[in-house]
Ligand binder design. Sequence first.
Ligand SMILES: Cc1cc2nc3c(=O)[nH]c(=O)nc-3n(C[C@H](O)[C@H](O)[C@H](O)COP(=O)(O)OP(=O)(O)OC[C@H]3O[C@@H](n4cnc5c(N)ncnc54)[C@H](O)[C@@H]3O)c2cc1C
Length: 393
Amino acid sequence: MLAPLRRCDRLTPVALTEDQCLLRDTIRDFCAREIAPHCAAWDEEERFPQELMPRLAELGLMGIRIPEEYGGSALGTVEYALAVEQIARTCGSVALTVASHNGLGTGHILSCGTKAQKARYLPPAASAQWLAAWALTEPGSGSDSAALSTRARRDGDDWVLSGSKTFITQGSVCGFCVVLARTDPDVSAAKGITAFIVDAGTPGFSVSSHLKKYGCRASDTAELHFDDVRLSDEQRLGEANAGFIDTMRILDRGRISIGAMAIGLGRGAIAYAVGYAKQRKTFGVPIGQHAAVGDQLAQAQVELDAGARMIYRAAELADDGEPYAMDAAMAKLFASEAGTRACNVAMQVLGGHGYMREHPVERYLRDVKLCEIGEGTSEIQRLVIAKHLLATG
Ligand SMILES: Cc1cc2nc3c(=O)[nH]c(=O)nc-3n(C[C@H](O)[C@H](O)[C@H](O)COP(=O)(O)OP(=O)(O)OC[C@H]3O[C@@H](n4cnc5c(N)ncnc54)[C@H](O)[C@@H]3O)c2cc1C
């Protein structure tokens, strides 16, 4: 069989198939029609746009990697990154929702779930009937995630789950949540952790607050509590005590999407700033003609293209079944920092106008900062990269 035709264009600095270009362009049109007119208001009201979720599902964006037999789009990591990048060009909050729903909660079930778990959870996830949350972070453990203290103890054939999680995306709007808990306190921190799937509404599972944030304010972020939540062994996801290794694998792919989100936000901000720099005049000429302004835009464009290449390289490695953890960490590190610098440039180019909410660049700048923090901070990416380098030589 002939390989699908691949081509490069100005929007994505790697060769894509015709189908991938079509997907990207379809999402771009959808964002212009259905997200762009509303996203500033969603952010201002700090409102999660629940009504958008079925529309995203119709486009196949809530089950990007889910196989067709479970109602998904059966696409790969490249398409996942393309989708998140395109949405982020318009709205960081919706991009974060799509990234975490696909990559974390449903991604974990896709990788480690039994047939019965996939049949129960993946179809409603793909149709957006049930949004997925994924709960690793706790008030006392973030970067040092193996230090988590949520506990699941055996009680007969069941498990009893107790503890709290924080900063959980889709926490208060989810249909189910994948929760990481310590199941063996007597072994080293990373060896005694297990994942469980907890349905919304399970007795003892509560959401205490919808957290107020600096950016991505139309995404849902909540604190979750598990007060002696009784779970059957069928709710265990993956092998008992092997949940930490699975978690690290889930984060590897998730990092590609957070890097893609940063590139999308950076590109959205720079596109806006370029339009502004052509219109706004000082000293008798459009500000883009001042070398100091043009240089900043040029530098941002170079860095965003370089970051995008790193993101799609890591995504291709993942889709080809090659090791990609170090590439994903490098790509996330570079892309998130390049995206943040680009959004800063955009604000600088707009001057005082950029600081005002009537323009979207302050929102892009607030949203992009998350990409240097979520799914492993920049400092943690450097640790991951060094660890791989030292292990492989
Ligand atoms: C909007 C948002 C959404 C999120 N969504 C989710 C979600 O859905 N599910 C989930 O489980 N979590 C989620 N998180 C949590 C996120 O993954 C953590 O915030 C992140 O991993 C950092 O953990 P922390 O906030 O506890 O910071 P800490 O771990 O306390 O780190 C504080 C600072 O110390 C630095 N640091 C820590 N250890 C080291 C080290 N060894 N070397 C050098 N520097 C170090 C960090 O880089 C950071 O700068 C979300 C966070 C945000 C902000």
